[in-house]
Structure formats: C-alpha cells, structure tokens
Design a protein around this ligand. Structure first.
Ligand code: AMP
Ligand code: ZN
Length: 132
C-alpha cells in the first residue's frame, strides 16, 4: 500500500469527493477549501510536484479546463486562481503534484481575497457540482 496520501485517494483507498477524472488525472474537492468549490487536480501517477518533468502540467491541463468549466456552470464562477506549490518553501504540504483550482466571484475579487468566506459545507458544494 502506498504511503502517499494522494496516491491512496487515486486508488480509492481514502475517500474523496471526485468532481472529474480522465485517464491521466483525478480531480476532487479540497478538504479545507479557501473558496467554495476549491478543487485539487492531481496526476494519477506519483510525481512529487508539478515541475518534475514537462509532462505533468500537460497531463493535468484537460482536467483543469474541465473543472473550471464545471465551477463556472455550477457555481457561477467568473474568475479562477490556478496555482501549484512546488517544494516546502512554497508551502507545499502534500508531496504528490496537485493544481489548486479556485473559483472566484465579483463580490470578493483579487489575490488578497484568495481565502474567501465559506458559507456552504463540502457536502452541499459537492451536491451542486455532481447533480445530474
Ligand atoms: P499544498 O499546501 O499545496 O500541498 O496543498 C495540499 C492541499 O491538500 C491542502 O489545501 C489540503 O487542504 C488538501 N488536503 C489534504 N488532505 C486532503 C484530503 N484527504 N482530501 C482533500 N484535500 C486534502
Ligand atoms: Zn502519490
């Protein structure tokens, strides 16, 4: 069994709130969101961070696009912060590459408000994102 938290999430050994997946990437809600709908997009293969090789960002790009479309459609996002931490000095805490996709809205704009107010819990946001 892998020691890596996100490898275990990809394998289904640890539960996650999946919002999207394809053959190379897996996307799920961040457990401690900075915005409602804060999503992590991770490669299925284990790499420590997004700059390990030139393929990582390419593997994640289709999922990042799909997730942003979902957040726009379902939550009304009008902007996004797309960010990835590389290395402990940047604030990386989980050493399996991941891109944070943060939906943003006009009522709380700008990078200084990247940690927004959370009114709906994870289950409620998940229901909005996954309703048929
Ligand atoms: P970073 O600081 O870029 O390494 O971000 C790691 C992110 O993973 C943080 O935003 C955490 O809230 C998130 N996280 C940690 N454990 C889990 C989990 N089990 N499910 C979902 N998100 C998680
Ligand atoms: Zn891993």
């Amino acid at each position: 069994m892998s020691e890596c938290l996100f490898c275990r999430i990809v394998a289904g050994e640890i539960p996650s709130k999946q919002v999207y997946a394809d053959d190379r990437a897996y996307a799920f809600l961040d457990i401690e969101p900075w915005q409602e709908g804060h999503t992590l997009v991770i490669p299925r293969r284990h790499v420590d961070h997004a700059l390990v090789d030139e393929d990582v960002l390419a593997e994640l790009a289709p999922s990042v696009l799909a997730v942003s479309a979902l957040l726009r459609t379902r939550l009304g996002a009008t902007g996004f912060n797309i960010l990835t931490n590389v290395g402990a000095d940047s604030g990386q805490e989980v050493f399996h590459a991941h891109i944070h996709v943060l939906p943003r809205h006009a009522d709380s704009p700008g990078i200084r408000n990247i940690r927004g107010a959370i009114h709906r819990d994870l289950d409620e946001v998940y229901a909005l994102l996954t309703a048929e």
